[in-house]
Design a protein around this ligand. Structure first.
Ligand code: ATP
Length: 226
């Protein structure tokens, strides 16, 4: 297996490396309610393959996985619920208690997450645009370590995000609390190669995704490293 920590600009999806067109790896991020999932869906319709970071992070600690066993060994049986699955609030309570515990959590889960990302990427068509939906990309040094050559940040004004989330059943106070724990627009912009402004209607969003898609295909066609 290759090493995502050292992934170049573009890298090859599978063997034999010299004969296949390159995959383009795109990180997609934004605050909650900004429209990441909507943008991801629009990109899929244009031919992208999407990997969902939250789903990957959940899958690597399912019952029976080596990462879950390692978490139990490090943090104790208390991190398991009655059915043997991971009790996330309990793990968070233990793992965020001190810096060493947090580092141990990262050391256990991130290699498994990276390996699963790589596995999914290798399963993608050889010349795919692979879009990784990573809500906490700006917050996570480990996630950025995957070396995304393109990072798309989706933005929308705070009140509009709250309105849209409310429409999806998320209470405003709840959403505000979660937003306060996330990076702000400025911090996300600092890592962006492309910014999507989702303050308009869906037609405006579609037009921007069309432009983005054209640019992604252009970047993918460039020789690696340019
Ligand atoms: P989360 O972080 O909570 O997963 P998200 O960033 O993935 O959110 P979406 O789920 O894509 O955001 O969008 C939030 C809500 O806003 C959804 O109900 C979506 O349908 C709606 N929405 C997104 N963009 C627009 C738009 N341009 N016009 C109208 N509604 C929109």
């Amino acid at each position: 297996m290759g090493n995502l920590e050292h992934s170049p600009w573009l890298f090859r999806a599978s063997e034999p490396p010299d004969t296949l067109p390159p995959v383009l790896l795109v990180g997609l991020t934004g605050g909650i309610g900004s429209g990441k999932s909507t943008v991801a869906d629009l990109l899929v319709r244009r031919g992208a393959v999407v990997e969902d970071a939250d789903a990957v992070a959940r899958s690597v600690v399912e019952p029976g996985t080596p990462a879950l066993a390692a978490l139990v060994e490090r943090f104790g049986e208390g991190v398991l619920g009655p059915d043997g699955s991971l009790d996330r609030p309990k793990l968070a309570q233990l793992a965020f208690a001190d810096e060493q515990s947090r580092k141990d959590l990262v050391a256990i889960t991130h290699p498994a997450i990276n390996a699963e990302f790589l596995r999914q990427m290798q399963a993608a068509p050889a010349d795919a645009v692979v879009v990784c939906d990573v809500p906490l990309l700006a917050e996570s040094e480990q996630a950025r370590g995957r070396g995304y050559p393109v990072i798309v940040v989706v933005e929308a004004p705070l009140e509009l995000r709250l309105d849209r989330l409310e429409g999806r059943g998320v209470p405003r106070d709840d959403a505000r609390r979660r937003m306060a724990a996330q990076a702000n627009d400025e911090e996300r912009r600092a890592i962006a190669t492309h910014v999507i402004d989702n303050s308009g209607d869906l037609a405006s969003l579609e037009r921007q995704v069309d432009d983005l898609w054209t640019d992604l295909l252009r970047i993918k066609a460039e020789p690696a490293g340019e």
